[in-house]
Design a protein around this ligand. Sequence first.
Ligand code: BES
Ligand code: ZN
Ligand code: ZN
Length: 496
Amino acid sequence: MPISPQNPNAIKINLVTKENLASLDKTELFESLKFKGNYKQIVFLPESKQIFVGVSLDISNKVFDPFFKVDFFNLGAVIINSLAKTKITQIQLEYVDSATEFNSKNLQDLVLGMMQASWNFDTYLDTKKAKTKQLEISLNSSFDGLLDPNKITEIEIFNTNLNLVRTLVESIPEDVNPESMMKLIQENLGNKSNLKLELWDAQKLQENKLNSVMFVGRASRYQPTLVHATLTPKGEIKHKICLVGKGVTYDSGGLDIKTEGHMKTMKTDMAGSATMFGIIKTLAEIGLENTEIHWISAFAENMVAPNSYKADDVITSYSGQTIEILNTDAEGRLLLADCLSLATTFNPDYIIDAATLTGACVVALSERYTALMSNDKQFSDSLFSHFVAENENAAQVILPQDLKEEVAGTISDLINTSKVGRQAGHITAGLFLGHFVDQKLFRNPDIKLENPKEFSWVHLDIAGSAFNNKKNSIEHNGATGQSLRSIVSWVRGLDG
Ligand code: BES
Ligand code: ZN
Ligand code: ZN
């Protein structure tokens, strides 16, 4: 149990605002240390075993940025990282200035941020060099009412599953590939009574005509695979959500091979599927009342071999729509196309996909932001509001209808790149995907459609946000687990 009652040996953490700094009777000391109570300012007083953390953020300037606010998750990480060079593992939240109106959600975020920052991806390190710290977090009794045992269990569930996502994203393709993913899913989800698993091998993919998946994965040592997990709620089913994640376990670019430097980090190209994996596991462990969740991901490795798929191929996707390949490095949208079409056959109320889809997204929004695109404003606004509440950076990006023409083919329905080249590459990729949540465009006679319709859908391009080269919200570089908390929060909001 990492969160315990008062611990006399622990380092005490005090969150203070500018306004009430004077009331702490340490004016001279704070002045000498230039500590003013500004947001994220930290002073550590080892002799008295105290840490003072500023939480005053000046928001008087005119800014249009919903993320410009105090983020307790990040603050928790900042505190832990300030102790990185020490051996300290026992810390206690001692005092929070009343001016912060600190609530239960803030406390959960703070504790989770601390836990996340204390965890490092150590799989391939000598245990002597491992950086993960076993934190012992305790709370002063004044916080007793803010965290009941259920909330503590929830924090632990989030922490474990964020670490699962981060581990999968950081692990090398020898360990995370289309074959091993099936085992990892079985191990992690196979024993849950509210979850049903369907695991497809390449033969099943072929029989069901998920041709786009098969084309992308065919040059690999590992045959493509697919997971369809279904989470059943405790009560009557009132909502149905389908989660889809890009599962390219390595993206060499294929025959349009990535040039120097761009291949590095492409082990992370399955982050969308890892995120959805973590989300359905979190939801299964917390439990839902009235919402059924489906998770679909196809796994494939985009490699180079004599049987690689190539520019000039025309693929008949699972939906029946044909796609001319112009670049084998635009493989993610092919996998997603088949998975999104398959998702529609379960008739969900909402579809969310997450994918490390385009370099253009990183260029447009930086590595910190997820691009949120949708065909449904209400859905988009509602999901976005949870990104804001969770302080997970995202930006709503429109899908302009007059760019739709740019993904249309000449000898096929669609092309897998865009006629405007690199311009707005994240948007043209989103427009491409939109064709696979609209059953009115389907023409695979095997898919029986009584009332073909267009589904409410959000596409999350996490090319930047899934893996950061610079320090992220937990002040580390590497896999982030970003979007998991926001999507879980949105689902739970819908569930009631
Ligand atoms: N996996 C990449 C996108 C990516 C780039 C993710 C950088 C994370 C960081 C994707 O498959 C890709 O290569 N996309 C191409 C598409 C282009 C060929 C139309 C891109 O963005 O350059
Ligand atoms: Zn690619
Ligand atoms: Zn890719």
